[in-house]
Design a protein around this ligand. Structure first.
Ligand code: R1P
Ligand code: URA
Length: 274
C-alpha cells in the first residue's frame, strides 16, 4: 500500500496547519480570506459542532438550513490556498494516522466567498460576480503542473484554471454575474497599484489589451489557485466575488460590509440546496 510519508501530523494526529481531524469537516466547504468573515457567515447557521483556530486558519463546521457546511479562512493569497486545499484533501482522501490513500476518494464542493476589485468599467461596485475561470499570475504554477502557461504581459507568466461548470451555472442562474478573474500575488504592485514605487502592471488600470483580449473582469488573490488545485485534486470549486472597488472608474464601495453580507446570504441559500 502506498504510504504518503510526506504528510505531517500533529501529536494528536490532526493535520499540520488546520489542526483538524477527519470527520470534523463537511463535504461542502466555504473559504473566506478574512478570519473575521467566518463568524459573519456562521451567524446564519442554526448549529455549530466544531471550532478550531491556528494562525490565519479559523474553521467552523455546522449546519445552515439543515445542510452541513464547513467555513474556513485561508488568509490572503494562494500560498495559503495551497495549504488549505491540500490539508482539506488529506482529511478527505487519506486514511489517518496511517497515511494511506482512502480506498474510496471523495469530492468536496469548495465555494470561495471573497472580495475583489473590478478592472472593467461596466462592472460597478456592489456587483456579485461568479468566476467562470481565472488566470493566475501568483506563481503557484512553480510547484505544480497546471498545463500550458501563457505570457500575459511582458515577463508575466500566467496559468489558466476553470471553475466547476455546473456550480458556475447554478450561481449564474441565481443572478451572480459571470466574469473572468485575474489572481495576483500581491495587492499593490501585482494589482497595478503604484504607491511610492511604480507598479509594472499599471496598465491594469486602463483596460490594457490583455485585459480585454482575455475578457478579464476583476482582480483578487485566491481564485486561480483554488480552481487549479481543485481540478488536480478532483474537487468541485466555485468562486464568488463581492466587487468593492472599480479600478477603472475609481469607485469604492461606501458600504462594503453590506455587499459582502448580501453575497453571504445569497450564497448560503444556494449552497444549502446542493
Ligand atoms: C486583499 O485585501 C484580500 O481581499 C480579497 C483578496 O483576494 C485578498 O485576499 O479577498 P478576501 O476579502 O476574501 O480576503
Ligand atoms: N481585493 C483585492 O485583492 N483587490 C481589490 O481591489 C479589492 C479586493
Amino acid at each position: 500500500m502506498l504510504h504518503l510519508s510526506e504528510i505531517i501530523l500533529n501529536d494528536d494526529h490532526s493535520v499540520y496547519h488546520l489542526h483538524l481531524h477527519p470527520g470534523e469537516i463537511s463535504d461542502l466547504i466555504i473559504t473566506v480570506g478574512d478570519p473575521g468573515r467566518v463568524e459573519q457567515v456562521v451567524q446564519h447557521f442554526e448549529s455549530i459542532r466544531v471550532k478550531r483556530q491556528y494562525r490565519e486558519f479559523y474553521t467552523i463546521t455546522g449546519t445552515f438550513a439543515g445542510r452541513p457546511m464547513t467555513v474556513i479562512s485561508t488568509g490572503i493569497g494562494t500560498d495559503n490556498v495551497d495549504i488549505v486545499l491540500n490539508e482539506l484533501d488529506i482529511l478527505t482522501n487519506v486514511l489517518l494516522p496511517e497515511r494511506v490513500p482512502h480506498p474510496f476518494p471523495r469530492s468536496l464542493i469548495i465555494c470561495r466567498m471573497g472580495t475583489s476589485g473590478a478592472i472593467r468599467s461596466n462592472y460597478p461596485v456592489g456587483t456579485l460576480l461568479v468566476s467562470t475561470s481565472a488566470w493566475g499570475i501568483d506563481g503557484l504554477q512553480t510547484g505544480y503542473d497546471f498545463g500550458n502557461l501563457r505570457e500575459l504581459a511582458p515577463g508575466v507568466m500566467a496559468y489558466h484554471a476553470i471553475g466547476d461548470e455546473r456550480l458556475v451555472e447554478i450561481f449564474t442562474n441565481e443572478g451572480f454575474i459571470p466574469g473572468i478573474t485575474l489572481t495576483a500575488s500581491g495587492f499593490y504592485g501585482p494589482q497595478g497599484r503604484s504607491i511610492r514605487i511604480p507598479s509594472k502592471l499599471s496598465a491594469l488600470r486602463s483596460e490594457a489589451d490583455f485585459v480585454s483580449d482575455l475578457g478579464l473582469t476583476n482582480i483578487e488573490m485566491e481564485t486561480a489557485g483554488i480552481y487549479a488545485l481543485s481540478r488536480l485534486l478532483g474537487h468541485r470549486a466555485v468562486s464568488l466575488n463581492a466587487i468593492l472597488a472599480n479600478r477603472i472608474t475609481g469607485e469604492f464601495s461606501s458600504k462594503p460590509e453590506e455587499v459582502v453580507d448580501k453575497m453571504i446570504k445569497k450564497g448560503l441559500q444556494i449552497l444549502s440546496t446542493l
